[in-house]
Each structure stands twice: as C-alpha cells, then as structure tokens.
Write a protein that binds this ligand. Structure first.
Ligand code: ADP
Ligand code: MG
Length: 367
C-alpha cells in the first residue's frame, strides 16, 4: 500500500480550457495517507470519478503530479501502478466461473496455485459467495456479479490502494448496508489504503475514518464525520452533510453584528474582526438545526419566530420556523411541543453560530 499525494493537480477535458469552469478538477493538493479508509463524497458531476481515474492511471491529468510514496507515477500504466479499482457496474468475465474471476488478478501476478485457492476462498467467504464459486459468472444475479467485481478488487493483498467508484449503486439497500460493513472489516483486517467514492453521506460516514467533501472540482473539506458536522469549512459542507442540512442565511454587516431584515445577530470576536476587514458582499451565517435552541420563554438573546410546521420523525421532530423573511429548520426532542401558527423563542449558541465569507468559514478559535 502507498501514500497517494495529488500535487498541484488539475484536470480539464477540454483541449483549450478558457477558465476555472472548464476544469473537472480545479487545482488542488491532497494526500491520501497510507492505510487510511477514506470516502470521497460529493454530488454527481463534481469530479469524483475523474479524480479516481487520475489516481489509477486510466486518465492523464492535464496539470500536476500523482505521487505514490513520494515517487511520481504520471507515466506509469494502471497496471504498473498496482491499483485495484472497483466500478459502479460489475466488470467480470461472464464465461469464467466465479472462482476463475476471483483468481484472475492473482494468476496475472504469478501467485502460486495453492495460495490463490486460499485467498479466493477467504474473500468469497467474507462476501458470502463461497457457494457460487463453481458457477459461471453469467448465471449470477446483478448483486452477486457486483460482489464478484468487488472481490476481484479485494483479492490482491499487495496493491498500493483499492479505489471504489460508487460500487454499491446496483445493490439492494439491505445488502448495501452489509457490504459496507464488510468493506470496513476488510480494511481493518488488511490495512490497505482505500478510497470509497459516493454521493451518499451515510455511506461515506459508515465506511470512512475521514471524508473528503468535493464540490465543483475542489476538495472543500477533509475531515472526520464529526468535524464535517460540527465545523463545516464551507457552506456546501454545511448544506450537504446533515439531514436537514445547515441553516444558511444571507446577512450584511451592521451595528452590533450581522443583520437580515430587522434581525440583528451578535458575532464573536474573530468573526467581528473579519467583518471589519470585509471586502466581499457575500456573507452568510450558518447554524445546524440540531444546535438552534427553542423555548417558550423570551430572553435578551432570543429571537421570536413563527412556527410554520412540526414534523414528527419518531425519536425527534423537525420544526420549520419563519424568522423575519427567512425560513429555518430546528431539531426538537420528542418532549418539546410547539404548534404550527404559534410563536417560538430561538437562540443561537455562540459556539455553533458560524460565519461564512465567500462561502468559506471564518474560524472562531477559543481563546
Ligand atoms: P462524478 O464522478 O463526481 O459524478 P465526473 O468526474 O464523472 O463526476 O465528472 C466531472 C465533470 O467532468 C462533469 O462536469 C462531467 O460532465 C465532466 N466529464 C466527465 N467525463 C468526461 C469526459 N470523458 N469528457 C468530457 N467531460 C467529462
Ligand atoms: Mg462518478
């Protein structure tokens, strides 16, 4: 396995890119450390597959270097990079048996027959396809085919990394959950660098120790699921992670903090400092529904809002409120009762109230 360093990397599918919007990957620097379990998370079209294909060597980047353990591999073929890649749709040989399919990557690298047998059996057992080993691949169900495809990626112990490009798309939800757990188990057992591409935040956080959130060809944050939740570096991370996502409100600088409509929201020390040096008019505040506090009682630091809707989701509730001209979501516990049409007093704890300038977080470090 290897550390994978993407250095000043950028890629455009266009021969003559005119501007940043012509780039599928905008210039970035990123390190996937040796042995890590990572997810690359982002919406469709943000550049995830492009990045994976550049790592594996299926695609040559238009700018920058790919380094494995510090060594430039731009000129190496996918085969020489020693990377296993699993795609969205199964890549298997229909005319071969499951055993032959799984054995193929090992046979190719000259592994002795006895060892192949052990390894194939081990992987087949983990993926629960040991009873299908003798079957021709063409007779398998779609789920089973994708398991074999994954098995082909997992069977080699000597790879620099395994890259998964939305591998569970064709798998039914029940089995998806199980396979994800298995992948994690395989990671723990074999300690291989794994990068798992998905557009599903739940999938990302159940598999990965650390998640790279990609948006518009950039990695906007690389962090643990908790970091992405508690400290989104970018409004997109706030919006994309969480269900529902972060409340984001466009504001302007004003006496006493920031304002929207008639509402004045006080800011912290560093946030105020950033506002004083402001050159942009793109300013937003953000707070997650989980961190907005709701009460019946007005206080100095509360804002009166109108309750529009309360949705009971079993163990918690999501309340929609109107504060001035803005709509916000607030997460309530089961025992908090507010009714549509009524008034609620909201407060925004300083620790969880974030300020974004040009979509990026203004850090408020504890002093
Ligand atoms: P993702 O995997 O996150 O959905 P992709 O890496 O496939 O995103 O695509 C990133 C961007 O590059 C998209 O705008 C897509 O339309 C474009 N793109 C992808 N493949 C090609 C290609 N072969 N030729 C031209 N444009 C492409
Ligand atoms: Mg893709």
């Amino acid at each position: 396995m290897a550390e994978i360093h993407l250095k000043s990397l950028a890629h455009s599918y266009s021969q003559n890119p005119a501007g940043p919007e012509d780039y599928a990957i905008r210039q970035l620097d990123h390190v996937w450390e040796k042995g890590g379990a990572y997810a690359l998370l982002g919406p469709s079209g943000c550049g995830k597959s492009t990045m994976l294909n550049i790592i594996s060597g299926l695609l040559a980047p238009s700018e920058g270097d790919v380094l494995f353990d510090g060594k430039r591999v731009n000129e190496l073929s996918p085969r020489d990079r020693n990377i296993a890649q699993v795609f969205q749709f199964p890549v298997i040989y229909d005319s071969m048996t499951v055993f032959q399919n799984l054995a193929f990557p090992l046979k190719n690298t000259g592994v002795p027959a006895a060892q192949i047998k052990t390894k194939v059996n081990e992987i087949a057992e983990i993926l629960e396809i040991e009873d299908e080993l003798h079957k021709k691949a063409k007779n398998l169900t779609a789920d089973q085919k994708q398991k074999v495809s994954m098995g082909r990626g997992l069977v080699r112990g000597d790879v620099s990394a395994i890259l998964f490009d939305e591998p569970l798309t064709v798998i039914d939800p029940q089995l998806k959950w199980k396979l994800r757990r298995k992948l994690k188990q395989i990671h723990e057992q074999f300690d291989i660098t794994m990068v798992y591409v998905t557009h599903d935040q739940l999938e990302a956080s159940t598999f990965a120790d650390k998640i790279a959130v990609m948006y518009g060809g950039q990695i906007v944050q690389f962090g643990t699921p908790t970091e992405l939740f508690e400290q989104p570096n970018h409004t997109f991370v706030g919006y994309f992670i969480g269900s529902p996502g972060m409340n984001l409100i466009e504001v302007r600088r004003c006496e006493g903090g920031v304002c929207f409509g008639d509402t004045v929201v006080p800011m912290g020390t560093q946030q105020t400092e950033a506002l004083e040096n402001l050159t942009s008019s793109n300013v937003k505040i953000g707070i997650r529904p989980e961190f907005v506090q709701a009460s019946d009682v007005a206080a100095d630091d509360t804002f009166a809002a109108e309750v529009k809707d309360v949705e009971d989701l079993g163990t918690y509730k999501i309340m929609t409120v109107r504060l001035g001209d803005e709509t916000m979501k607030v997460r309530l516990t089961e025992d908090q009762h507010f009714e549509a049409g009524g008034t609620v007093q909201l407060s925004f704890p300083e620790k969880w109230l974030k300020l974004y300038v040009d979509e990026f977080l203004v850090e408020e470090t504890e002093q």
